[in-house]
Write a protein that binds this ligand. Structure first.
Ligand code: PMP
Length: 315
């Protein structure tokens, strides 16, 4: 289903009215930054929960700063705007939320400074949709592409133009019959998947690439590191991961707002572990789903309830 409204140029408008000019700078040069967030519907509580809204908006504003945008917003004010938009839409189902900041000036100038910027937010109701068939696990390959490098386009932010890299990785993987691809960085170490961070489990230890390996500063990644350590007693090590370590892993999974926790059960022609969904991955996935749907008191500060929130404050 498509969004009915958008937050556009400072107000909530019907989606048909949220239009930009063909001259918009961001359309020509990829000079925008975006977020990808989820709201989870909890039917028992009749509540919609947005996961880590303040953290998502903080990352968005950091990405915007990399593009020299000066926006009159804070993570708190954007969360309040999102609460208003979600209430306006009135969804009672899972939703995908897309905030976008972009160079809105109508110019072809090749520069970032001294230009107008704008922000828009749209919400896509999801129904029961998921990223890949999570129950079977994903079959992935190593991409022939390399992950965009911090010295070319900042990899830690969600810069719109950088997603050409993700699209090449994902499209070539899908056309070759895979669900997704893992991508190596220019150093030859594992970075992440096309639009998700990646973990492997070896001998009971969870390994994931450090942020300095040119991975996005994933919010689910950060959340799962805490859950693995604190709730499951699993050691987590952020370090460079070689390609062959993935082949030898006992378990592997992708994580992110879209992927949630997606088990990887096969890489190219090799099963991961015994080819099934491993015990750590399935326990983590169950815990994550409980957290995002507002069922875990310990992590209540990670979720913003939409229909019972009075005023948004920082945590
Ligand atoms: N890496 C990339 C390239 C992504 O696009 C995403 C999705 N935003 C992620 C990782 C996961 O990040 P997050 O957990 O913040 O959704």
């Amino acid at each position: 289903m498509a969004p009915r409204h958008a937050f556009f140029k400072g107000q909530i408008v019907p989606i048909e009215d949220a239009k930009i000019s063909i001259m918009t700078h961001a359309l020509h040069y990829g000079t925008g930054a975006f977020g990808g967030m989820r709201a989870y519907w909890n039917g028992e509580q009749e509540e919609l929960y947005v996961f880590r809204s303040l953290d998502h908006f903080e990352r968005l504003l950091n990405s915007a700063a990399l593009l020299r945008m000066r926006l009159p917003y804070t993570p708190e004010s954007l969360t309040q705007t999102l609460v208003d938009l979600l209430r306006h839409e009135g969804y009672r189902e899972n939703c995908y939320i897309r905030p976008l900041v972009y160079k809105s000036e109508e110019t072809l100038a090749v520069k970032l400074h001294e230009m107008e910027d704008d922000l828009a937010i749209i919400v896509n109701p999801l129904g029961e949709g998921s990223y890949v068939n999570i129950d079977q696990g994903a079959h992935v390959c190593f991409s022939a592409w390399r992950r965009v490098d911090d010295n070319a386009i900042p990899a830690r932010g969600k810069i719109t133009g950088a997603y050409v890299n993700s699209m090449l990785i994902k499209t070539d993987a899908m056309l070759a019959g895979y669900d997704d691809a893992l991508v190596l960085n220019e150093d030859g170490h594992l970075a992440e998947a096309s639009a998700a961070n990646a973990f492997i489990i070896r001998k009971g230890v969870a390994l994931t690439a450090p942020i300095t390996a040119n991975v996005l500063e994933g919010i689910v990644r950060r959340s799962l590191i805490r859950v693995l350590r604190e709730d499951m007693g699993i050691e987590v090590v952020e370090r460079n991961i070689d390609r062959t370590e993935v082949y030898m892993a006992d378990e592997a999974f992708l994580c992110g707002t879209g992927a949630q926790v997606t088990p990887v059960t096969k890489i190219e022609h090799r099963p991961i572990g015994d080819g099934g969904i491993g015990p750590i991955t399935s326990q983590l996935r169950a815990r994550f789903m409980d957290i995002v749907t507002g069922r875990v008191d310990k992590y209540k500060e990670w979720v913003t309830p939409i229909y019972s929130t009075e005023k948004v404050t920082s945590h």
